[in-house]
Design a protein around this ligand. Structure first.
Ligand code: CDP
Length: 233
């Protein structure tokens, strides 16, 4: 039987992880899981239920108590080729990408109980292997034994430029400076938090994609995948 592995893709916000992870999974017939979408869905739930004030104060106790009520699932890619995130059965794929959710998600992702619950769900998704998951702590905490680990980086300006283009292409009004501030602030929170901070796993391969085209990036990933897949189990 063909060997199926776990692929962990971690890195900074807007480094293009999701796009590359999704495309890699499609090419090799693996399941793709966007762990960031799960943190975003929890954040949206908290916003809708008045657990986050406009100034960004989080009612942590109430959010922790509500965790069992938050169901997160994914719907297979539809006509748009994108997998949709469902919050208690409702398609929230567009809403979770808003700037508002982006500005509250990192403080929510700091809460240890939130991480504990989402990490357990993510590990469940990986039980059968044959999975590509992207996020911040996939190679360090969720799947420390993943056979292939990639750590993606690019400058904050390049990442903000990409996020800005992504939002404008979707028809969302965006301001480049605001997007850049959000990217820098999330990097700060994600790398300095106490539980599972964003860092490169010792055995992760680094991919600096600042000057790579998407096609070059895919070739690089496919080469690494074939090399690792061919190794004896
Ligand atoms: O889309 P982008 O790369 O900017 O971010 P994302 O992957 O959607 O993740 C949104 C936020 O969720 C991150 O900034 C982290 O604060 C948090 N996150 C995390 O803490 N752990 C993960 N495994 C994935 C996301």
């Amino acid at each position: 039987m063909e060997k199926r592995i776990i692929i962990a893709i971690d890195g900074y916000s807007s480094s293009g992880k999701s796009t590359m992870a999704r495309e890699l999974a499609r090419r090799i017939g693996y399941v793709y899981v966007d762990s960031g979408a799960m943190y975003r869905a929890v954040t949206l739930f908290a916003m809708r239920n008045g657990m986050i004030s406009p100034e960004g104060n989080i009612d942590t106790a109430r959010l922790i108590a509500s965790l069992p009520e938050i169901g997160i699932t994914f719907e297979a890619a539809g006509a748009d080729g994108v997998q949709h995130t469902l919050l208690n059965g409702e398609d929230v794929e567009n809403e979770i990408r808003s700037m508002e959710v982006s500005s509250f998600v990192s403080p929510v992702a700091v809460i240890p109980e939130v991480r504990e619950r989402l990490v357990a769900l993510q590990q469940d998704f990986g039980r059968k292997k044959g999975i590509v998951m992207d996020g911040r702590d996939i190679g360090t905490t969720v799947f420390p034994n993943a056979e292939m680990k990639v750590f993606v980086c690019a400058s904050p300006e390049e990442r903000a430029r990409r996020r800005y283009l992504e939002l404008t292409a979707k028809g969302v009004k965006a301001d480049y400076d605001e997007v850049l501030r959000n990217v820098v602030e999330r990097d700060r929170i994600d790398t300095t938090r106490e539980v599972s901070p964003l860092r490169k796993a010792d055995d992760a391969i680094e991919l600096d994609n600042g000057h790579m085209t998407p096609a070059e990036q895919m070739d690089w990933l496919m080469d690494k995948f074939h090399e690792i897949e061919a190794r004896p189990a």
